[in-house]
Every structure is written in C-alpha cells, then in structure tokens.
Design a protein around this ligand. Structure first.
Ligand SMILES: Cc1cc2nc3c(=O)[nH]c(=O)nc-3n(C[C@H](O)[C@H](O)[C@H](O)COP(=O)(O)O)c2cc1C
Length: 404
C-alpha cells in the first residue's frame, strides 16, 4: 500500500542557531516518507539564506506573505496550514513565541501557525535572561496550554557568551521527537473506522433544547489516535467547542439523535470498526414548537412531553455486519461493571468502555478519564489518565481483538 508522505512545515525565526536547522532539514529530508516545507521570518534570512533550505528541502522556501510566484493555487497560508501534519518552529525566538501567544499574525510564519490544526512543536532558543524573563515564560506556558508541545532549550555556553539555559535543543533531540511522532505504529492501515462524539441536542423550540455535558473530547481523542495509526477515520460529531487536529479526518456535524441516526444508518455497513463515544440523548421532545414558546405559556406547561430516541448503539448491534467490531461507551453513577456488562451483552457489542461519573477526573468535560474496558476476552481497569492515553489503550485492545 502506498502511504501519503508526512508533510512537515518548519518555521525558522531569527536566532543565531538558525544554521543548525539546515542540518535538521538535511537529515529529515533523507526519509522518503517526509516532505518538508520551510517558512522563514524576514529576520531569519539575516542569519541563513533561503537558498540553503530550498536546496536541502527541495521545496521553495517561503518568506514573503505576498509572494505571488508561489505555486499553491489557493490562498498560500491556508494551503500550507492545511497541508501540514507537523509544524515545527525552530529556533523559536522570544519574538515569534510572544506573537503566537498573543494571536498576532503579521507575517507568513505567524499566519500559518494561526491557521494550523496539526501537531505543533516549538523549540525556543535565546539568551538565558530572555528565556528566564517572566513575560516569555508566561507566553511559553500559554502555548503549552494551547496544544503546542515545547521542546525545551538546554543549558550551556550561549552565543552571547553567557552560561545558562537557552540553547536550542540538540538537532538529534528534535529529529528524534519528529520521527517519534511520525513512526507511530501504523496498525490501523486499511481499517475504516466510524466514530461518534459529543452530545446531541434535541430542540424543544427554536430557543430551548435538551442536551448533556459531553464535550466530545474522548471521541475526538480516539479519532486522532486512530488517524495517526493509519486508519481511514470518519467522525460524526454533535455540537462541541473542539476541532480535530487533522483535517484528513472526515468530519460530519450533526445536531440531534435523529440526524446522527440518519447518517450512521446510511453508512455503517462500510466500516470495519464503529466506536460510539457520543452521548446521545435518550429522549426528545414529542412536539418541537416552530415558534418560541412564550414565557406565559412556559409557565403554564408543567411537563414537556418526551418520546424515546432511537437507540443507535442497539440498532448497530442488531445489524452488525460480518467481521464488524462495535465499541460502545457508557456512563454510570452506580454498579459500574454490572450495568456495563448488561449493556455489553444486550447490545451485542465487542467492547464497552465504562466510566463512573462519580469519580473525580472521569467522564464529561475533563481531559482525563478512568475507563473500565470490557471485551469478550477480559475486563481491564484503567487508572486515571489523559483521554489521549486512554484512546491508545482502547485501540490497542481493539486491534488485539481483531487480529487475535
Ligand atoms: C546576532 C543576533 C542573534 C540573535 N539571536 C537570537 C536568539 O537566539 N533568540 C532570540 O529570541 N532572538 C535573537 N535575536 C534577536 C531577534 O533576531 C529579534 O528579536 C528579531 O526581531 C526576531 O524576529 P523574528 O522572530 O521575526 O525572526 C538575535 C539578534 C541578533 C542580531
């Protein structure tokens, strides 16, 4: 099977260690599955010539935001941002770090960063007093709280003759971190995975609705991990405040349980694996008022008449295709394992991931979860961990179940 190349965009800003990035580009470009595009700040071109990067990467080096000769047919900064699987800024000057942390997009590099959703790595390099400056530290913290992974600088004799922290991490370290991101085991190549995530919203009238606290984080984390492991991922998402890191994940937005069912029931037969992490409302309003129900009328309504939504997981279990693997999720507040086992059996699942809403650090909204994974083979109790980590375990167990 021919795999797409991994697109790495390297942003080079104006620090003395710019020259080291030539070595990094030279080494990365030797990997056949990597394509590199370099974006330099204007100040970086004072330290090293774009021609060096152009020659090493075999791609035109971009500096000017308004360079009309560039061969992307659509809007450049958006095309590059979309294309990137990994974006690295190295060296990252105090200036570019602070611009990004404050949402400034006044040149090609900072604009591409703002438009990117991929894995983002930042390798700061600067004088030790600059690095230790509270403002710079606050800006670095802000970046690491916003999905940027910081490759910390090291201590040593700096170009300015000071001894302290601020040297760019070694090229070996940066190279290995990038390869580590790329070389995730591709054990889901050829697998088509359908994942549902987030809440559903069941309208009562144009203003009011029934929903729940699901943030979608668990389903999105599984979708991203599955994508990195080579799966062809379709994500059906209720309304959330998050986005996927990877635009190559096919995302379909829905609102209600009926919307989700209409799509799922049309396409589920095409998938090898279905993971239902969405928190679908069990009930919907019997009458959805076309007009906003007036306040005086609301006061008069003691009950909203509800009807049951279709149980999508149950439907999928009943209509399971040959060799199809179905994983459901359940939230419980009591008798977690017993209740999960009943759902697992009744809904004809291959896996259920149960989480106890009473445990701190589990369930809705938070970035962590405490999962109990039940399969036909065993039951596995996970400690509290990041949803991204739990998604790795879930996928490990699925692939183990499928391939034996
Ligand atoms: C010789 C020299 C070396 C520099 N090295 C660094 C450095 O290592 N890190 C840094 O943050 N700034 C360094 N600067 C300052 C930056 O070049 C300056 O802040 C510039 O505005 C950065 O622009 P840019 O972030 O758009 O590339 C250096 C300046 C000079 C003249």
């Amino acid at each position: 099977m021919i795999l797409d190349k991994i697109n790495i965009v390297i942003g080079v800003s104006g620090g003395i260690s710019c020259y080291k990035i030539a070595d990094l580009v030279s080494r990365l470009s030797k990997h056949e599955n990597i394509n590199i595009n370099i974006i330099m700040t204007k100040n970086a071109t004072q330290f090293i010539s774009p021609l060096t990067f152009q020659t090493l990467s075999k791609n035109r080096c971009i500096v000017d935001m308004f360079d009309s000769n560039y061969d992307y047919i659509d809007i450049k900064h958006i095309s590059i941002a979309k294309k990137a699987d990994i974006l690295l800024i190295a060296p990252a000057t105090a200036n570019i770090i602070s611009k990004i942390a404050n949402g400034i997009a006044d040149d090609m590099l900072s604009t591409v960063v703002m438009a990117s959703r991929c894995i983002k790595l930042i390798a700061p390099a600067m004088n030790n007093f600059m690095y230790e400056n509270n403002i710079i530290q606050e800006n670095i913290t802000k970046l690491s709280n916003n999905e940027f992974e910081i490759i910390p600088p090291i201590s040593g004799l700096l170009a300015c003759n000071e001894n302290g922290i601020g040297k760019l991490a070694s090229v070996d370290t940066i190279h290995d971190i990038i390869l580590g991101k790329i070389n995730t085991i591709k054990d889901f190549i050829g697998k088509k995975i359908l994942i549902t995530a987030g809440p559903t919203v069941e309208n009562i009238d144009p203003v009011r609705f029934i929903s729940n606290n699901s943030s979608g984080k668990m389903g999105y984390a599984i979708a991203e991990e599955a994508f990195l492991r080579g799966a062809d991922v379709t994500l059906i998402s209720g309304p959330t405040n998050i986005e996927t890191k990877f635009l190559k994940i096919k995302k379909i937005n829905i609102t209600s349980c009926d919307d989700m069912f209409n799509i799922v029931s049309n396409i589920y037969k095409n998938f090898d694996i279905i993971i239902k992490a969405a928190a679908v409302s069990d009930y919907k309003s019997y009458n959805i008022s076309k007009e906003k129900i007036k306040k005086d009328k609301v006061n008069n309504i003691k009950y909203i008449e509800l009807i049951e939504n279709i149980d999508i997981l149950n439907y999928l279990g009943k209509n399971k295709q040959k060799n199809q693997y179905i994983c459901g999720f359940c939230m419980e507040t009591e008798n977690l394992v017993e209740n999960a086992k009943i759902k697992f059996k009744n809904k004809n699942l291959d896996m259920i991931v149960a989480n106890d809403l009473n445990e701190i650090g589990a369930g809705f909204k938070v970035d962590t979860n405490i999962g109990t994974i039940i399969t036909k083979k065993d039951i596995f109790f996970c400690n509290k961990m990041k949803k991204s980590e739990l998604s790795k375990i879930i996928l490990d167990k699925i692939i183990y179940d499928i391939t034996g």
